[in-house]
Design a protein around this ligand. Structure first.
Ligand SMILES: [Zn+2]
Length: 372
């Protein structure tokens, strides 16, 4: 691709494209001289839904495709992607190619939809229609829900007992981008419950083992495998651009680091934990519900909360709760049902009993009391 030259030098010399918000773009599209829309996302994102009348040129190809698509460089263009990052890059590149009237849609197609503006009728492939047929038939889900999932971006922290079933169900459901973070390698003792991994994967990185399975399960989706340990230092970077986070970690350090970063980034977290034959699940929504530290103001002692390798765990217990995490994530993404906010679902597998506990927001919480 041609190196972009500065269209309008920013403070640090970076090229800064002109931006237009969703309402402004909609007005222009209804004006006497509507701009040409250029969608610079990948094929699978385009297939999941796009703006009516848009041309499609993925960001890495747009510089070579644009002369064929839009021969006149004075044509007004509005370039868009999912969130406005790739389109900003594309707008700068098009400016460098001599296109004189290029604007990037701020916030991308996500902001467009959030403004209540319509997409073109979805042209799904026959294969996608068949794959998601049981979703498409669901009341409250349908084609729009599936298109929303195909554009969704979910972070799964931990590819172990909870992360395995959660990732499998989200991949099967067609969640468009799954970012998977774990620092461990597959051990034979994991296979009793971490069902995404196989015997032949023992000794390999968990994220690589899991990513292989997810891609085999559903080639529609993008899997980002990150072989890192979540810490307070990298938590913000790891969750950048994500819409929902699944907390499938198993240490208090990781959960507190995740809590603070997710509050700052205002990303909801679906939290689960397991202990022997028991499990619990809840959802934290920054600003409107309690957070992890409201639930655990301080870290329990090692005796009070021993890890799985000490305490033991029935393999199917994280299986059930990982699947429930995936379910809560899908509800959040689609805005359906009653999310498990301010409530803790408890399961005792031996008694075969589900219970629910209320969880109030702590007005003195060290992590969330200042978050509006
Ligand atoms: Zn809190």
């Amino acid at each position: 691709m041609a190196q972009p030259v500065t269209q309008q030098a920013g403070e640090f010399g970076h090229a800064t494209p002109r931006e237009i918000d969703a309402g402004g773009a909609d007005s222009l599209l209804h004006s006497a001289t509507p701009p040409t829309l250029v969608d610079v996302r990948e094929q699978y994102e385009w297939d999941a839904g796009h703006l009516a009348g848009a041309l499609h040129a993925p960001v890495d190809s747009v510089a070579t495709m644009i002369h064929g698509l839009v021969p006149n460089p004075e044509t007004p263009l509005v370039v868009y992607c999912a969130h406005g990052v790739r389109s900003a890059r594309a707008a700068v590149a098009l400016g460098a190619l001599g296109y004189t009237n290029v604007q990037s849609l701020a916030g991308g197609i996500v902001a467009w939809e959030e403004a209540g503006l319509p997409l073109a009728p979805t042209a799904r492939t026959d294969a996608q229609h068949a794959r998601y047929a049981r979703h498409l038939a669901l009341p409250g889900f349908g084609a729009e829900g599936q298109a929303r999932l195909l554009r969704a971006r979910v972070l799964i922290l931990g590819a172990g007992g909870l992360g395995s079933p959660a990732a499998l169900y989200l991949a099967a459901a067609g969640v468009g981008t799954l970012r998977l973070v774990d620092f461990d390698t597959v051990d034979i003792s994991n296979l009793q419950r971490q069902v995404i991994h196989t015997t032949s994967g023992v000794g390999t990185a968990k994220v690589a083992s899991a990513a292989n399975q997810l891609r085999a399960l559903n080639p529609d989706i993008q899997v980002e495998a990150i072989n890192e340990r979540l810490t307070a230092d990298n938590a913000a970077v790891l969750m950048n651009g994500m819409e929902v986070i699944l907390d499938c970690t198993d240490t208090f350090d990781a959960r507190y680091a995740l809590n603070r970063a997710a509050l700052a980034a205002r990303i909801p977290v679906v939290h689960a934990s397991v202990y022997r034959y028991e499990a619990r699940l809840t959802v934290f929504t920054p600003g409107s519900g309690p957070c992890y530290r409201c639930m655990h103001a301080t870290e329990p002692s090692a005796e009070a909360a021993p890890a799985c390798d000490v305490a033991g765990v029935l393999g199917s217990v994280p299986g059930v709760f990982g699947a429930l995490q995936a379910t809560e994530a899908i509800k959040l993404l689609l805005g359906i049902g009653a999310p498990l906010v301010g409530r803790i679902m408890l399961w005792d597998a031996l008694d075969a009993r589900f219970d629910e506990m209320r969880l109030q927001r702590d007005p003195t919480c060290a992590d969330c009391s200042t978050v509006q």
